[in-house]
Structures are given as structure tokens and as C-alpha cells.
Design a protein around this ligand. Structure first.
Ligand code: SF4
Length: 234
């Protein structure tokens, strides 16, 4: 089984289980089909997929079996490697936070896989199926910033947990960390504003995000990166 192909399959599935208000456009049946041109026929209508159930019923048997195996493997790895959650830790899965500026012209939103603890003492945890990278720390630092802006109480710490390696990367939240996250966020907002107003030419930077990119099939940079990162074992 190709790990790269399985990850893309899982990615497409996860896009379709997003709540409808945050569902990216790539969850339309056309968008999903473009990621699996060999397996999903392009639908005649423009009707969008509205649930994971629709996505699953359209999957050919081979893809469904592949997805099932990957989900079972991921859940089993989680159960074997992550400590059991106690109710008193107040665990919340898929914890969303949102902070807006300038009458919702700028929206910062985050979604941590798992949050334990109460306000001011929260630990934000992201579960990763691949290897841990520095971008995971950046993601969590941004989540900490959004949580702090939203609740006016900083979380206590951040953790990325690698299911493959059963390894955890923990970082305490400090004022310096939040300042660094704020600077990085302001830089990102400026870049996005420059792109929208066409004061800056867009460039492509391949990275692990290419796994989930809806246009990776047609992107040479993304294809080269994915082939290097995972090996083309199709
Ligand atoms: S596949 Fe291409 S467009 Fe998509 S994130 Fe990667 S480099 Fe960017």
C-alpha cells in the first residue's frame, strides 16, 4: 500500500468531515474528484458533498478498505501510545477558537486536536501521524495566541504528539512565545494583504502541507516534494 496515497485519501476524507461552515471548497465533489482522478468519476452535477457518509459511499471498495485500514491503524496506535484521559482533566477534542479584528475583516481561527485542563491552565495538544517538524510548534504557538486573545487567559503548555514515533514535543507558554507568535502572525497578515492587493507576486513553497493541498496533483513543486518525502511507491 502506498503511504502517500493513503495519506491523500485520509486527507480528502478529513476535508469532508469538517463542519459545513468551515468546509473548504475542495470538499465539493469536483474538488475531491480532482484529488483522486483515477478512482472517482467526475460527477455530472455540481452538487457538493455534505457529509463524510456521501464521500464514503462514493469510494470504490479498494479505497474504502485502504481508508479503513489506515483509520484502524491510527486509532490502535493512539490507544497503545497515548495515556488514558481522565475525566477530571476536562478533555475536549477538536477544540475550536476564533478571534476577529476590524469587523471580521481579519479572522484568526484555530482547532486543536485535544485540549485538557481549564481556562488559564489549558494544555493544547496536536496529534500527528507523521514525523514532528518545526511547523507543528508554529501551529501550536498560533493556537496559543488565538486562545489568549479570545479568553484573555494564556494556555499553560503546548504539545505535539507523534503517533508513529510515540514521541511528545512539549513547550511551555511564555510571554516571549506569545510575542513571537504575534510577530509571525502580523508578518503573515501583511503577506496575505500584499497578495490580495497584488503588491506581491505569489511564489510556491513546497512542504508537508502539500500532502493536503487540493491542487497537488497539478503542482510540479508539490509533486517533487511529496516524492522525495514519502517515496513514490505506488
Ligand atoms: S502542492 Fe504546490 S501549491 Fe500546493 S502547497 Fe505544495 S507547493 Fe503550494
Amino acid at each position: 500500500m502506498s503511504k502517500r496515497r493513503s495519506l491523500r485519501l485520509l486527507g480528502a476524507f478529513l476535508l469532508c468531515v469538517e463542519p459545513s461552515h468551515t468546509k473548504p471548497s475542495s470538499c465539493s465533489s469536483t474538488g475531491v474528484a480532482s484529488q483522486f482522478p483515477h478512482t472517482l468519476p467526475m460527477p455530472q452535477s455540481k452538487v457538493s458533498l455534505t457529509s463524510a457518509g456521501v464521500f464514503l459511499t462514493q469510494l470504490p471498495d479498494r479505497d474504502l478498505a485502504e481508508l479503513r485500514a489506515m483509520v484502524v491503524d491510527t486509532v490502535t496506535t493512539y490507544l497503545e501510545s497515548f495515556p488514558p484521559l481522565k475525566p477530571q482533566w476536562r478533555p475536549v477534542v477538536e477544540h475550536s477558537a476564533r478571534y476577529t479584528l476590524f469587523d471580521e475583516s481579519i479572522v484568526f481561527s484555530s482547532r486543536a486536536d485535544l485540549v485538557i485542563g481549564t481556562a488559564g491552565r489549558k494544555v493544547l495538544i496536536d496529534l500527528k501521524t507523521g514525523q514532528l517538524t518545526s511547523t507543528h510548534r508554529d501551529d501550536l504557538r498560533f493556537y496559543a495566541l488565538v486562545e489568549t486573545l479570545r479568553s484573555r487567559q494564556a494556555p499553560r503548555s503546548l504539545a505535539s504528539f507523534s503517533l508513529d514515533a510515540a514521541r511528545i514535543d512539549v513547550e511551555e507558554v511564555s510571554e516571549g512565545l506569545l510575542r513571537a507568535a504575534l510577530r509571525r502572525t502580523i508578518d503573515g497578515v501583511r503577506i496575505m494583504a500584499d497578495l490580495v492587493t497584488e503588491r506581491r507576486e505569489p511564489t510556491r513553497r513546497a512542504g508537508f502541507q502539500c500532502r493536503w493541498c487540493p491542487v497537488n496533483e497539478s503542482c510540479d513543486e508539490g509533486q517533487r516534494f511529496l516524492t522525495r518525502a514519502t517515496g513514490d511507491d505506488d
